[in-house]
Design a protein around this ligand. Structure first.
Ligand SMILES: [Zn+2]
Length: 826
């Protein structure tokens, strides 16, 4: 008997048993897929089961969510490919210059991302059915295709939705639209733990889910990326090709292949008699989406939208008269997923050759050079690191080109400037993130139209059409302060979020800190307004005071200046009334169904994860029953309070402010106080003549374009700053603000206009309609209204919007610690 035979027999037996144990999702979960919502942990269990029982699947963790749920992805391809998976991965990177060596691979890499919005819950169910059918029915496609499946990008959001639904659903489910199971409560399952929309976070990477996902994304750099979503219950299905505007960096091939993919889906949908639409609503511009971000990294990035969403439950009656079930939704999502893999497999070679071309861009601007506060440069460098974008530092000389600060051609000194060039594989992404103005084929877009990073990070910058040479980033030397018990005090500058986090920790450690309202000079150094002063005199009772202060400063990499005496060379001495002690404020933050969940979430994340300072969230359900006197500061996120903050509540708030409280109102929260007695805030009236003759005769099909004149779709404006006011400490006399809408308020008459638009609004980047621009003339951006012993801070623009406008954050911090700083006696 042939000796080899037993081993062949053994392996055959092994293969048979390997396959035999493999269960379908329905067999494994114990219910037909689509007849229940599956919890995240069970989705993970199913993928583990598949990986254990198929040689075509491996399954990996890539991290954890804020609520400690697993983030995972599966790699699905033929067994032969799995044996060479590392070579396949590296060859893909080699062909685009992101790994050393060269390669001309012919294997397609398709990445399917499910359930980024937690309550768009059909797609994670579909991910299980998709992997099962790929390995049991579509093995041929896997011979030249690697499919990466992330079954659930937002496990915390999905479980929030699924757990709620399971708690309230009827048995059997109730399809009436008014049934409680179709009325998801605030904040809904869409966002993550901190209520961030993860499909607006790819480029800013503020959230742990995004940060961890980008690492794996960069290891793979797929050719196709699908982001599965759901839309309103009456809109059957949307798939590629996308709508205008398309960003300029998108190639003809990327556009064409979107159409080919869409036509492949249409074959299946037409055959089954399923309706769909393409080329509407979902455009490719804002870089922080799950379709645009991969597109700017060379992939065919797409959004697919099934009817359903948090309303649909297991089944719901649509307005069109049919019942939409989860079973149907899953079937559609599975179909587009499989169809995507099919067409990618058919075009594997072409996908690779076109992918290579994308990474050899020849763009107008060759380099961007940025200058400014080292903390702000470091913050931007950190963001570039997350995207694995290359950068360096110039040593000397100057460069000319488009100058961001003046919004016209100019030049800039290059000494120590951060340089980011487009002659690198990710050059197109660099352009999308840095370019002075993004070209729009139509202003009717789904999102903001300006985001350029120099303004977002508060840096001076030049866009140069010639390449600027730069050296590799220097390794940072640690900041090592030595304690000096003989010093009268320590002084630290005030410019950045790092300074703010340093202050927050000092206050929590019981260190008494002052800030100077005036400039001063001491021991040969000049200190700006807002500089922190930590004196021996204030901290006599703090044990190990010198050691504590220096340790905290070293931890935050803050340089401490030693003051041998408190007698200043110029300006104020430490004992002056202009060097004020900071009383650690007790802060309340309103949340609940009248607040914007996004605005509340951004604030919550800011306090916990960026500033690291305690905040007490108070729900609108019982806010009216608490005594405000236990707090020094009340923050109202953007929201819809008109019906909620009634006359009684407003007078309670007024009384509390008058006694010394600080109220901070953000974005749409201002509309609650506008034009009301005592709050000092007036809406800027638009042209009265315009109101008298509304455009009643504009034809039906032109109304949408006409309405655009009133739009501001996230654009950047230059504003003037009163840098002598504590709200603006750390800023110069100019600030670039991101306006997300067209709200406009007059200058405050009682108090201080700290950032404002004087005369005509100076739009720097992004779209603003002519009427909206007109409305911004002479308008408030940030200001302080005095009321008795207290203050109301109005922040017309939300400086924490998606947490990416880094340079606006210090205004908010100043409003917490510096403005209205006094001992509050209630
Ligand atoms: Zn969505």
């Amino acid at each position: 008997m042939n000796k080899i035979f037993p081993s062949i027999l053994l392996s055959l037996l092994f293969i048979i048993s390997y396959g035999q144990n493999l269960k379908s999702p329905s067999e494994f979960l114990g219910y037909e897929i689509g007849t229940q919502f599956t919890r995240h942990a069970d989705i993970v269990n199913y993928f583990n089961h598949v990986a254990e029982n198929s040689s075509m699947v491996t399954y990996h963790d890539y991290g954890q969510t804020n609520e400690r749920r697993k983030l995972t992805y599966a790699i699905v391809t033929s067994e032969i490919n799995h044996r060479n998976i590392e070579t396949i991965r590296l060859n893909n990177l080699k062909q685009i210059g992101l790994a050393d060596g060269s390669a001309n691979p012919e294997i397609a890499i398709v990445w399917l991302s499910y359930n980024v919005h937690g309550n768009e819950a059909s797609s994670a169910e579909a991910s299980m059915q998709t992997v099962y059918e790929l390995i049991t029915q579509k093995q041929a496609w896997l011979e030249n295709t690697v499919v990466i499946i992330d079954p659930n990008l937002n496990p915390d959001g999905r479980d929030r939705y699924v757990n709620w639904y399971n708690q309230v659903k009827s048995t059997p489910y109730n399809s009436a639209q008014v049934a409680t199971e179709h009325m998801e409560p605030w904040p809904g399952g869409r966002p993550n733990h901190y209520l961030f929309d993860l499909n607006r976070d790819w480029a800013w990477a503020t959230q742990v889910e995004t940060q961890q996902r980008l690492k794996i994304y960069n290891q793979w750099m797929p050719h196709i990326h699908v982001d599965f979503h759901e839309q309103g219950i009456n809109e059957p299905y949307y798939f590629a090709p996308a709508a205008e505007p398309f960003h300029e960096v998108i190639t003809d091939w990327q556009r064409d292949f979107q159409t080919q993919i869409g036509k492949n889906h249409a074959r299946y949908f037409d055959k089954e008699g399923w309706l769909f639409f393409t080329r509407e609503r979902f455009d490719l511009l804002y870089p922080s989406y799950g379709d645009t971000y991969p597109t700017y990294l060379g992939a065919i990035g797409m959004t697919y939208e099934q009817a359903g969403h948090g309303r649909a439950g297991l089944g719901i009656d649509t307005d069109e008269g049919y019942e939409l079930t989860l079973v149907d939704r899953v079937e559609h999502q599975k179909t587009t997923g499989l169809s995507t893999v099919e067409i990618s497999s058919q075009n594997a070679k072409k996908l690779n050759t076109e992918f290579q071309k994308f990474f050899k861009p020849n763009l107008k601007y060759k380099s961007y050079a940025l200058q400014g506060e080292p903390d702000k440069i470091n913050a931007l460098a950190k963001l570039l690191d997350k995207h694995e974008v290359q950068y360096g530092f110039a040593s000397s000389g100057s460069a000319s080109g488009f100058h961001f600060g003046t919004n016209k051609n100019g030049s800039m000194n290059l000494k120590n400037a951060l340089v980011v060039s487009t002659n690198q594989p990710k050059g197109r992404m660099v352009q999308a993130l840095f370019e002075p103005e993004t070209k729009l084929s139509t202003p009717l877009t789904y999102d903001i139209t300006a985001w350029n990073l120099p303004h977002a990070y508060g840096l001076d910058a030049i866009a140069s059409t010639s390449l600027i040479t730069a050296n590799e980033a220097q390794t940072k030397t640690p900041v090592l302060n030595a304690m000096n018990p003989n010093a009268a005090g320590y002084i630290s500058k005030w410019n950045s979020m790092q300074d703010a986090a340093f202050l927050a920790e000092l206050l929590q450690e019981g260190i008494k800190v002052r800030f100077s309202e005036k400039k001063f000079g001491l021991a040969g150094e000049n200190f700006e307004r807002g500089s922190l002063v930590i004196t021996k005199s204030d901290n006599r009772n703090v044990e190990n005071y010198d050691k504590k202060v220096t340790e905290i400063a070293n931890k935050h990499r803050r340089k401490l200046f030693i003051a041998p005496t408190s007698f200043s060379d110029t300006g104020t001495d430490f004992g002056s009334p202009d060097v004020k002690i900071i009383h650690p404020p007790k802060i309340a933050l309103l949340k609940g169904r009248y607040t914007s969940s996004l605005s509340y979430g951004a604030l919550w994340h800011f306090f916990e994860q960026q500033l690291h300072y305690p905040v007490t969230s108070v729900d609108t359900d019982y806010f009216k029953n608490i005594t405000l006197d236990q707090f020094d500061v009340l923050v109202l996120p953007s929201g819809y309070y008109q019906g909620y903050l009634d006359e009684n509540t407003l007078s309670t708030i007024k009384e509390w402010v008058s006694k010394g409280g600080t109220l901070i109102a953000i974005d749409n929260a201002l509309s609650t106080f506008a034009n009301k007695d005592g709050f000092g805030l007036k809406s800027n009236e638009t042209d009265e003549a315009e109101k008298e003759t509304p455009n009643l005769l504009i034809p039906y099909d032109q109304r949408e374009n006409e309405s655009v004149k009133n739009f501001i779709t996230g654009s950047i404006f230059k504003t003037k700053v009163d840098a002598s006011h504590p709200l603006a400490f750390g800023y110069q006399d100019t600030y670039f603000t991101l306006k997300a809408g067209n709200s406009s308020y007059s200058f405050l008459e009682s108090g201080y206009n700290v950032a404002y638009i004087e005369g005509d609004a100076e739009r720097v980047s992004g779209f603003a309609g002519e009427k909206a621009l007109e409305g911004l003339k002479n308008s408030l951006v940030f200001g302080e209204h005095k009321m008795g012993r207290g203050s109301i801070i109005y922040l017309v623009d939300d400086v924490l919007f998606r947490s990416f406008w880094e340079n606006g954050k210090l205004f908010f911090v100043n409003s917490l610690f510096f403005v209205n700083n006094k001992v509050v006696v209630f």
